[in-house]
Design a protein around this ligand. Structure first.
Ligand code: Q9C
Ligand code: ZN
Length: 666
């Protein structure tokens, strides 16, 4: 449905006219660097360009007490009345354009003109308060947009995600007693020793009155937070609350001073991380995401990260994250303390009283089963995650993966005319050579039948297209009786034709292929197994959660932490016999797995799946937003118990699991 890019060149006019080392980093080149890079990458041209308009006095009045235009001689004197602020003769015009750009973006998304978008603006907004400019911010662009979405569009639940490295205290103050706005901010805090030095930036500031639990602060107490820390914060803190909140709109205070290289933030996360953060937010609110620029002072990091964000809003798959996915101790402590502070207000963080913490896996590991085998380091050398890049190496190499010419292919046995697909999703005609297909099928009895062979030929052709880089993702179908064997062949074919690490998420009754080597190249995850069991760190099985809340906990607290820790370069997701997943659940899982392997995801369905299911999966793999799940029920005691057991087994090896779903309070 499209991505809007809202901009006006006039916003480059405001600049610092005197000497002030604190303010000089907020300069016009921030906008031109970002825009030039978007053009260079061909991304600007793919967006709906909207020329920013000024916000009206009434619109500014939604948030701010009074606004006045001052003479030039008063500007410097006025600047001194605020913390970290400069005014220029053009500042009020620019600030009204910045606020107006946010309003246009929200209007374009909420009227259905576009699916999502970015407003490239300055001055930034999130520090601005009802009657005070602060921290380079004049009007609070995101807060005005939120108030407008409530007043003019009648929204009841708006999520604001502030990934700028500073605390957006202005947004916090404006909505602290308002339960219709959930405000999440992570920020450099250093136990209160970093600007703006506020006690209320800490994790125990959770809102007031009706708004208790609707302010979520994640203070970073050390610099150097990286991709693993940011991903852990989303998986284990923001997203559980966000799904429970079920927003109608997501606003992003998109500051990029939280990216590696920025002088203010001193963090380590790479620009690609912001593609992943964006993609994770796109599964909320039916994909209605409005990002507005806040900080970001390293021009190269800023430009690259803006490209990552826009590219992801456009639906392109996120480039894989590099570096070891191990959150640092300080990050884990911060996430845990924020979870503890929020737990009274959110079911998704609570452990039900009825659930005993299992000390032995008696209910989940029947007698006779060998004890869980958790080898310390069976990962073969070739499969070990790449070492962390040198801090500045990302600047030397282009971060874009070569885009496959075809993003998504549907390879059903008989091309289905009732399928509703985006125009550029291809229905595949081709099949692998008959002889080759038969050779792969030979060891499997269930692949002897003609129908199974036909389906296998189509699957192999699709898989080869993906491994060659011609196709990014796809769906294929197989007769139910041949599902396990077809999956087995797909795994072997993937591993022998270039995949270094293959993640297989098998839903329903699908057993791990018996001849699969234990060399760490395949991570096998079965959802819908009889019991929770970790036979090795690469062979995990869990029952299908019975409730939506349990399903979300399973994805956020188990599947994605394992997947991001494994860093696969190919993902197979198979809906096998008795998978029991409803369309929206299957769509959400697929949408989130798309963050792995550069979006190289092959979904395997049963032949008698409905065209609706095939259609929804094809659209999601193509980059469309999955439908909202609606209000989520709590996880059942069985769901909680299975997850806690697996976490206990796997956490020593898979560090992204730490502080995840249902940590018992120590
Ligand atoms: N070195 C935004 O990013 N100066 N505002 C802090 C610490 C103020 C940042 C000094 C930074 C304001 C939108
Ligand atoms: Zn900032």
């Amino acid at each position: 449905m499209g991505t809007a890019l809202v901009y006006h060149e006039d916003m480059t006019a405001t600049r610092l006219l005197w000497d002030d080392p604190e303010c000089e980093i907020e300069r016009p080149e921030r906008l031109t660097a970002a825009l030039d890079r978007l053009r260079q990458r061909g991304l600007e041209q793919r967006c709906l360009r909207l020329s920013a308009r000024e916000a009206s006095k009434e619109e500014l009045g939604l948030v701010h007490r009074k606004t006045q235009v001052l003479g030039e001689e008063e500007l410097q004197a006025l600047s001194r009345q605020f913390d970290a602020i400069y005014f220029h003769p053009s500042t009020f015009h620019c600030a009204r354009l910045a606020a107006g750009a946010g309003l246009q973006l929200v209007d374009a998304v909420l009227t259905g003109t576009v699916q999502n978008g970015l407003a490239l603006v300055r001055p930034p907004g999130h520090h601005s308060q009802r009657a005070a400019a602060n921290g380079f911010c004049v009007f609070n662009n995101v807060a005005i947009a939120a108030a407008h979405a409530k007043q003019k569009h009648g929204l009841h639940r708006i999520l604001i995600v502030d990934w700028d490295v500073h605390h957006g205290q202005g947004i916090q103050y404006l909505f602290e007693d308002d339960p219709s706005v959930l405000y999440f901010s992570w920020h450099r805090y250093e136990h209160g020793r970093f600007w703006p030095f506020l006690r209320e930036s800490d994790a125990d500031a959770v809102g007031r009155g009706q708004g208790l639990g609707f302010t979520v602060n994640l203070p970073w107490n050390q610099v150097g937070m990286g991709n693993a820390d940011y991903m852990a914060a989303f998986l284990h803190l923001l997203l559980p609350l966000a799904f429970e909140f079920d927003p109608e709109l997501v606003l992003v205070s998109a500051g990029f001073d939280s990216v590696i290289g920025d002088p203010e933030g001193q963090m380590q996360a790479t620009p690609e991380c912001f593609a992943h953060l964006t993609q994770l937010l796109q599964v909320l609110a039916g994909g209605r995401v409005c990002a507005m620029l806040e900080g970001g002072y390293h021009l190269e990091s800023l430009a690259e990260s803006v490209c990552m964000t826009v590219q992801t809003l456009l639906g392109d798959p996120a480039p894989p994250l590099s570096g070891p996915m191990v959150p640092c101790q300080s990050a884990l402590e911060s996430i845990q303390s924020a979870r503890a502070a929020q737990a009274p207000y959110w079911k998704s963080l609570q452990l039900q009283d009825a659930t005993p913490v299992p000390t032995s896996p008696s209910t989940h590991s029947p007698e006779g089963r060998p004890p869980p085998l958790l080898p310390g380091g069976p990962m073969c050398k070739a499969a070990a995650p790449a070492p962390a890049p040198a801090p500045s190496s990302f600047l030397d190499q282009p971060c874009l993966c070569p885009a496959p010419s075809v993003r998504t292919t549907v390879a059903l046995t008989a091309p289905d005319t009732t399928l509703v697909l985006p125009p550029d999703v291809i229905q595949q005609e081709g099949s692998a050579l008959r002889e080759e297909t038969e050779a792969w099928a030979r060891p499997h009895k269930s692949l002897a039948r003609e129908e199974a062979l036909t389906a296998l030929g189509k699957l192999l052709y699709l898989l080869d297209g993906m491994l060659d880089g011609q196709v990014n993702s796809g769906i294929a179908a197989t007769p139910a009786s041949a599902a396990a064997a077809t999956l087995d062949v797909a795994i072997q074919r993937g591993l022998s034709h270039g995949a270094q690490r293959l993640l297989c998420v098998a839903l329903g009754q699908l057993d791990r292929p018996p001849d699969l080597a234990h060399d760490g190249r395949t991570l096998w995850l079965n959802i819908g197994g009889k019991e929770a069991a970790a036979l090795s760190m690469f062979h995990v099985s869990t029952p299908l959660p019975v409730m939506t809340g349990g399903f979300l906990s399973c994805i956020l607290g188990l599947v994605l932490p394992l997947a991001y820790g494994f860093q696969p370069d190919l993902v197979l997701v198979a809906l096998g016999p008795g998978h029991g997943l409803q369309g929206p659940h299957a769509a959400l899982l697929s949408a989130m797995l798309r963050g792995l392997a550069g979006g190289r995801v092959l979904a395997l369905l049963e032949e008698d799946s409905t065209p609706q299911l095939a259609g929804i999966l094809a659209r999601v793999l193509h980059g469309e937003a999955p439908p909202s799940l609606g209000p989520s029920s709590m996880a059942s005691p069985e769901d909680v118990q299975a997850l806690m057991y697996l976490r206990g087994q796997l956490e020593p090896q898979w560090k992204m699991l730490q502080v995840g779903a249902f940590t018992p309070q120590k």
